[in-house]
Design a protein around this ligand. Sequence first.
Ligand SMILES: [Zn+2]
Ligand SMILES: [Zn+2]
Length: 294
Amino acid sequence: MDLLGFVARVNGVTNDLALNFINDFVIEKCVLGKAHPVPLDEAGELRLWVVTWMFVYFGTLVLYFLAAGFHYLLFFVLFKESYIPDYKPNYKEMWREVRFSVTSLVTMSAMVTPSEVLVHKGFTKLYENVDEYGLAYFLLSPILFLLFSDFIIYWVHRFLHHRLIYKYIHKPHHSFVHTTPFAAFAFHPLDGYMQGVAYHIFVYFIPFHTFMHLASLGIVGLWTINIHDRVDMGIPLINGAGHHRVHHLTFNHNYGQYFIIFDWLFGTMRDPKKWGNLMESEESVYGDDAKKIG
Ligand SMILES: [Zn+2]
Ligand SMILES: [Zn+2]
């Protein structure tokens, strides 16, 4: 498909497609057994909130199990010798990653729901037609978004590692040192929400196509899975799984999201190739502040 054909197809691609499907098919038809579904916008406020939560939660779960399962099968089973030869399966720990992710996502999705309800109600600067801001803006807006979200996430993540804050919110995620892709959403719900907040702020200030917004949410989910698989692809400027492995080993380096730019600018970048497997203990980094509360 050529570029213009692609652009014509993304017009009108919004979260509402998924919301209407959940309302009409899942709730009205399958759960309530109605032959003639009541449309979402006539089904009341409570329905909108429930459907939006279902979209975020189950959408993320489907993505999580498919993509994390695929990464695990590929790098930890089929091609383990080429990519992670020192990996020894720890199913108890992996089950803890899955259980933590699946339960935390219930609350994380609830925290994201108000923002996505406001998206549905049209309170944001999201737009549906590429012509509104032109093709060049449509194609360049992801760069703006990536710079914005990488900057915010860098500082949110660095703040969560502050010695006075760390043990309250971010420590549970760092209880996983040798991660598998299933650690992707193993966060305290507030931690997961804070690290995703840039995605929900951006749409109030900068015009962004609805397709790009939907894609940004899906891609960051896949990215979170990708950076926990420990496989360093060594792509220049990219804060990949190698960098995030170092983050889990040392606690206070490589805070970035997609790029190493802000880690490099603010002096927290560690090259995984040079760092190797050197590990620091939580106590040596945070002292007594790392101790679990209570
Ligand atoms: Zn992590
Ligand atoms: Zn961290």
